[in-house]
Design a protein around this ligand. Structure first.
Ligand code: IPE
Ligand code: IPE
Ligand code: MG
Length: 244
């Protein structure tokens, strides 16, 4: 049973909240720490936020963990992030499983993603496959453009094989070829650290998402900040292009 959270209308909880977990490096630098210590500190933020999502009865949460552009960072930071995500999955998968969370990954699994991490991803997905309380999706080696490129390639192959009439391609065709076709579009997209951009996140899926930006740096983010974002979401008037 979802907990009652003050000021939040339980009948209008977003089905899907997507988060850009940003500001780890700045959080660390402000404390005279290495950037990587900021990533490590982001783990507590993530787990508190997931538990807050469970309190609300949130069914889908998607977090941006590594973008297709993050390979441009120094090799030691990239390496840290690969190892960190691998160890996080190992250390936390049972806890997430016990909470009824289904773990999923969207993004390109090929290329530079280390084989060991790829195996941990598959194991975590297999372990939690039957869970239905919440789907926690990690966008990892994810780019919205890469996702659309991959969709276009798959659609092209179907056309070429004579299985799809190009004149019949519509938005449902494209949505069906995204990394997680069963995932609802995010109702609410939160970005931390005072940056006001999408940075190649969920480009197709966020067409009608409500955006909430906060100056809080990701390692300081807690479930109360998620509740604040949901309260803000509930004050918005979604029109989807129509009028009242
Ligand atoms: C977000 O924090 C985490 C990743 C991109 C992996 P950053 O590392 O981007 O932190 P800032 O934005 O440099 O402070
Ligand atoms: C977006 O943050 C990617 C993740 C949070 C994983 P970045 O820090 O990479 O985005 P930019 O470079 O500031 O746009
Ligand atoms: Mg950043």
């Amino acid at each position: 049973m979802p907990a009652v959270v003050s000021g939040i209308d339980a009948s209008n909880i977003p089905a899907h909240v997507a988060i850009v977990m940003d500001g780890n490096g700045r959080w660390a630098q402000r404390r005279g720490l290495k950037r990587t210590e900021g990533h490590a500190a982001g783990e507590e933020a993530l787990f508190d936020t997931v538990n807050g999502g469970l309190d609300l009865g949130l069914r889908w949460m998607t977090v941006y963990a590594f973008s297709t552009e993050n390979w441009r960072r120094p090799l030691d930071e990239v390496r840290f992030l690969m190892n960190f995500n691998e160890s996080l999955l190992l250390r936390r998968r049972d806890e997430l499983n016990d909470l009824g969370v289904r773990i999923r990954f969207i993004g390109r699994r090929t290329g530079r993603v280390p084989g060991r991490l790829r195996r941990r991803i598959e194991e975590a997905e297999d372990l939690t496959r039957a869970n239905r309380r919440m789907t926690l999706t990690f966008a990892f080696n994810y780019g919205g453009r890469a996702e659309l490129v991959d969709a276009v390639r798959a659609i092209g192959a179907e056309v070429r094989a004579g299985r799809l009439d190009p004149a019949k391609i519509n938005d449902k065709t494209i949505a069906r070829h995204l990394y997680a076709p069963d995932m609802p579009d995010p109702d609410l997209l939160v970005r931390t650290s005072g940056e006001y951009r999408v940075s190649n996140y969920l480009l197709w899926e966020s067409a009608y998402s409500e955006f909430v930006f906060t100056d809080v740096l990701w390692p300081d983010f807690r479930r109360e900040h998620l509740f604040d974002a949901v309260r803000e979401f509930q004050r918005r008037n979604r029109r989807f292009g129509a009028i009242e």
